[in-house]
Design a protein around this ligand. Structure first.
Ligand code: SF4
Ligand code: F3S
Length: 104
């Protein structure tokens, strides 16, 4: 499966949802997650994400985000159309430790 990681927080560009063939993205206030059981591992979303937040679960960086993707994809609503990214998305691109401050 592929996983959404910290780089998505407060950036939330949503280009990813436009290309997913199985619509397995779920939306929180500040980030999206992928449902690990629904993702078919096609990989097409990975290069679409401007801050490179989407990683395969084989990536060591993705490890700690797998549980979170699994958990929140069960409760957050599905999203399959790109909305308007936050006005300040660019400012949060590449910022560290966004999870502690802004996760939701
Ligand atoms: Fe969707 Fe494919 Fe990305 Fe999985 S890897 S979330 S199936 S676009
Ligand atoms: Fe997030 Fe990247 Fe999608 S910033 S909403 S994972 S395009």
């Amino acid at each position: 499966t592929y996983i959404v990681t910290e780089a998505c927080i407060k950036c939330k560009y949503m280009d990813c949802v436009e290309v997913c063939p199985v619509d397995c993205f779920y939306e929180g206030e500040n980030m999206l997650v992928i449902h690990p059981d629904e993702c078919i591992d096609c990989g097409v979303c990975e290069p679409e994400c401007p801050p490179e937040a989407i990683l395969p679960d084989s990536d060591p960086e993705a490890d700690k985000w797998l549980e979170l993707n699994k958990q929140y994809s069960e409760s957050w609503p599905n999203i399959n159309r790109k909305g308007t990214p936050p006005a300040d998305a660019e400012e949060f691109k590449g910022v560290d430790n966004k999870y502690d401050k802004f996760f939701s």
